[in-house]
Design a protein around this ligand. Structure first.
Ligand code: WQD
Length: 355
């Protein structure tokens, strides 16, 4: 690899990880992905290469950007394998996405979630420390706020993690990384709290590819639009919101990916711990999403009102002011654009990355 700054991306073949790889390569970073492919596909990385090759041809990425993506298929719990990656590559900073992320499944399998997400982070940080790499950007979640007392949510809002092991792992890892910095102030930690990432790369080549029936709203709506599912299930229309359905801060995954590049640029040469929300600051209801998707796909989408889903809250959206003042980052894309890009991905790849 060249003299570029090299970023290790754990979980780099996943939904947010793959989009972040593109932004990193275009911005002139070298990228080393480690991913065990347990919930992702190597095809995503082939497509990242082809998207970046187009960017190179268009003069939007450095000439060597495609060669600067390396991939190691490994689980970060495999200490020796992870350590070998650091031996073979000069890693300047880590973006840590790898982890289990299904809220419902985490309630069924708490031991697996705590083990994979926490122990994975312990092994990663220990190997980083051993190799003198002390800069980490962590993929946290607005789930750490739990049921908000008021919106918009700023970073200083009280943390009341949702009552599920997935949410607790995000909250605990934030605390662990903060303690790590307290013990050794050379650590540089940025905790990015994502709101609801949706959308896909504008090429339609990469996007979200959930296994089985999607848990999250937009992948579900996309599968209704493509004819794989019969009707959108709207979980509750009696919330104290303008149309009675739940309100969330949906953020385009490309905006989110760019937030990581902004964080890396900001943190270079600094030490400390910073917590930053990545959201748009705008709330949209379930029905707003359904109607935006209808505009994107050009057809009406059937939906049915169902009871509230256990554990859901009425409303959350970000106060994104700190991301702007600290990182110089703000979201660009609106809900219509998010749905247009989701639809392009879903209609071009009805079965995701599967043949
Ligand atoms: C959004 C809205 C639902 C599905 C979760 C995690 C969070 C983060 C993102 C990531 C809510 C409603 C949903 C459906 C519906 N995790 N809905 N019908 O719950 O805000 O956040 O995903 O890894 O930590 O908690 O996202 O997309 O599931 O729901 O009506 O079929 O859509 O009730 O109002 P959520 P979501």
């Amino acid at each position: 690899m060249s003299e570029k700054k090299n970023i290790l991306v754990t979980g780099g073949a996943g939904f947010i990880g793959s989009h972040t790889c593109i932004e990193l390569l275009e911005a002139g970073y070298g990228v080393v992905v480690v991913d065990d492919l347990s919930n992702s596909s190597e095809v995503a990385l082939d497509r990242v290469r082809s998207i970046v090759a187009d960017s190179v041809a268009a003069g939007k990425a450095p000439a060597d950007a495609v060669d600067d993506l390396k991939f190691y298929e490994l689980n970060i719990l495999d200490r020796d394998a992870l350590s070998a990656v650091f031996d073979e590559n000069k890693i300047d900073a880590v973006i840590h996405f790898a982890g289990y992320k299904a809220v419902g499944e985490s309630v069924e399998k708490p031991l697996e979630y705590y083990h994979n997400n926490l122990t994975g982070t312990f092994v990663l940080c220990d190997v980083m420390r051993e190799h003198g790499c002390k800069s980490i950007v962590f993929s946290s979640s607005a789930t750490v706020y739990g049921e908000p007392e008021s919106v918009p949510l700023s970073e200083s809002a009280e943390k009341k993690p949702a009552t599920n092991p997935y949410g607790w792992t995000k909250w605990m890892i934030e605390q662990i990384l903060t303690d790590l910095h307290t013990s050794d102030p050379e650590w540089d930690v940025v905790l990015l709290r994502y709101f609801n990432p949706i959308g896909a790369h504008e090429s339609g080549l990469i996007g979200e590819d959930p296994k089985g029936i999607p848990n999250n709203l937009v992948p579900y709506v996309a599968q209704v639009a493509v004819g794989k599912l019969a009707a959108v299930r709207v979980f509750g229309d009696d919330y104290p919101t303008p149309d009675g359905t739940g309100v969330r801060d949906y953020i385009h995954v490309v905006d989110l990916a760019r937030g990581h590049v902004a964080a890396l640029k900001w943190m270079a040469g600094k030490t400390g711990v910073e917590v930053v929300n990545l959201g748009t600051g705008k709330g949209s209801s379930v029905l707003d999403v359904v109607h935006a998707f209808e505009r994107a796909c050009g057809k009406e989408l059937p939906y049915e009102i169902q009871p509230r889903r256990a554990g859901d809250i009425a409303t959350n959206y970000a106060d994104p002011a700190k991301a702007k003042s600290l990182l110089g980052w703000e979201a660009e894309y609106d809900l219509d654009r998010m749905c247009e890009d989701s639809w392009r991905w879903q209609s071009n790849n009805p079965n995701g990355y599967a043949e």
